[in-house]
Design a protein around this ligand. Structure first.
Ligand SMILES: NC(=O)c1ccc[n+]([C@@H]2O[C@H](COP(=O)([O-])OP(=O)(O)OC[C@H]3O[C@@H](n4cnc5c(N)ncnc54)[C@H](OP(=O)(O)O)[C@@H]3O)[C@@H](O)[C@H]2O)c1
Length: 259
């Protein structure tokens, strides 16, 4: 199926590796120009080269830390300078530290809000005028399954990503008349460098940890970044033009409510 993404301009956050990389690669494969961001310049440049070589798409790397307003301005500014506007924004980056909710002080909460919520608000604020000018656009947030099915120790992410889901539902209503869609994906266990670190973090052998997580998943496997990217590509494409305000888990069946 042609997703009609050719010549669309997409900004993808946290795209030097993992889920963001796979999303950028997939959109590029479909013919989009992709602006990719991450903090560390070398891995970002290497990923940009690889995506360009493998897809033939135009890839623009912008090394920036999404936790600051100036970085959000720089990313969108560079996109508007080098391309004709923005059609697609994928909000994706890292996550705050794990720990019991009551162990975090105000400073930790402020950092978590800045990272998971304010970065999303700032990026959306920056891209909407261009999307409006172009007659529409699509915004996609990557959060986590824990935002809809909380996990102990994940409180900073659960609380801030729940706020992102509320923000997205509200914005879906406020921006619909401008034909700007906004959806949220909640990944389950996805095999990325981040998850590999989790496998290796404790005293148990990494293979045993991985096997335990697999056993929790009804479909019996850890997801791949491509599992996420496939849905993102559909949602942000003209093929997904009637889908807005949704929150969808991509988790092999982990989410256990009927909602
Ligand atoms: N993997 C999973 O199982 C899973 C499950 C649920 C949710 N998620 C969420 O999905 C998102 C992506 O996860 P992942 O597994 O792909 O992570 P990952 O492998 O650690 O990749 C994260 C990417 O984001 C970049 N990044 C991190 N912080 C950033 C910042 N402040 N500004 C700009 N770029 C930043 C990283 O590059 P730099 O370090 O160079 O900045 C890297 O390119 C995370 O929010 C994660 O919590 C992941």
């Amino acid at each position: 199926m042609d997703l009609h993404l050719k010549d669309k301009i997409a900004i993808v956050g946290g795209a030097s590796q993992g889920i963001g990389y796979s999303i950028a690669h997939t959109l590029a494969m479909e013919g989009a120009t992709v602006v990719i961001t991450a903090r560390r310049k070398e891995p970002l440049l290497a990923s940009a080269r690889r995506i360009a070589e493998e897809t033939g798409a135009r890839v623009i790397p912008v090394a920036a830390d999404l936790r600051t307003e100036s970085a959000c301005q720089e990313i969108v500014g560079r996109t508007l300078d080098e391309c004709s506007g923005v059609d697609i924004l994928v909000n994706n980056a890292g996550a705050p530290p794990l720990g019991p909710v009551l162990s975090f002080d105000d400073a930790a909460w402020e950092r978590a809000v800045e990272q998971n919520l304010l970065s999303v608000i700032r990026m959306i604020r920056q891209v909407v005028p261009s999307m409006e000018q172009r007659g529409g656009g699509s915004i996609l947030n990557i959060t986590a399954i824990s935002a809809i099915q909380p996990i102990p120790q994940f409180g900073l992410s659960v609380a801030t990503w729940s706020a992102v889901i509320g923000l997205a539902k509200t914005l879906a209503l406020e921006l619909a008349a401008k034909q700007i869609k906004i959806n949220t994906i909640c990944p389950g266990y996805i095999n990325t460098p981040r998850l590999q670190k989790v496998f290796a973090a404790g005293d148990e052998p990494a293979d045993d940890v991985q096997a335990k997580l697999c056993a929790e998943v009804p479909l019996g496997r850890i997801g791949t970044p491509q599992d996420i990217a496939n849905l993102v590509a559909l949602l942000v494409s003209p093929r997904g033009s009637y889908i807005t305000g949704t929150t969808t888990q991509v988790d092999g069946g982990l989410f256990r409510a009927t909602r």
